[in-house]
Design a protein around this ligand. Sequence first.
Ligand SMILES: [Zn+2]
Length: 255
Amino acid sequence: MGWAVVWLLAAGAWARVPEGDLLQRVQPGPEGKIDLLTVFAHPDDETFYEAGTLLKLTADPRVRLHILCLTLGDRDAAKDKLGISAERLGRIRVQELEAAAAVLGAEEVIELGYHDQGLAAADPATLVGQVREVMERTGAEVVITHDPYGITGHPDHLAASRAAREAFGQSAGQRLYYVTLPPLRYSCNRLFSTFPGEAERARPTLRVQIRGEKRLKKAALYAHSSQKHFSFWNGLAMKEDLLYNYEYFTLAESK
Ligand SMILES: [Zn+2]
């Protein structure tokens, strides 16, 4: 077991993930624009592991970024730390998402308003229909979502990833990407994953260098103030996340 751990970590650390461009060979829409849609479960999921890349993409005048967030993030631990109701935390987190979206240069934020930790219980067909409707309205050529294991295994992330995958299959979208982790982190996650099959599908296939975008990424991350200051693990994750000079993705589907 010990050697397996060492081998997996080493293999992960030295794995060569090529640098890539998420828009490579993507055909723009009729107005010459490329619509990019992110589909995530909670406010802050759009920023953690991909904000640098989104900032790079929105610097391209052809790109319009649409941020779809499925829940209000209203049942987070921050609620107890702050001593406020779930409803109030939901309002705060939607405002935080709007602030982060402004930093990222997004055109719009679309909020479906599900409750935090409620996506897994939502009717899957309804959820897929709602996500597909947003894909059709925005004309998204490129979609980014959680990997099938959702990095942390959070049931909302899993449900969001499933819905995005299914809706993408029914849409005119050209590329579907999963946000994933740097190889070393990915190997650790895979090792301790209770969903090894799903984690396997989140193996990174391309990386994007984000050195020039880190300051703005920090501003976007810190816009999620309730998570930085009142959720210990998220605060720690934000600090760790800001150490990385690359962000990692899996090309899940190309058509
Ligand atoms: Zn989340």
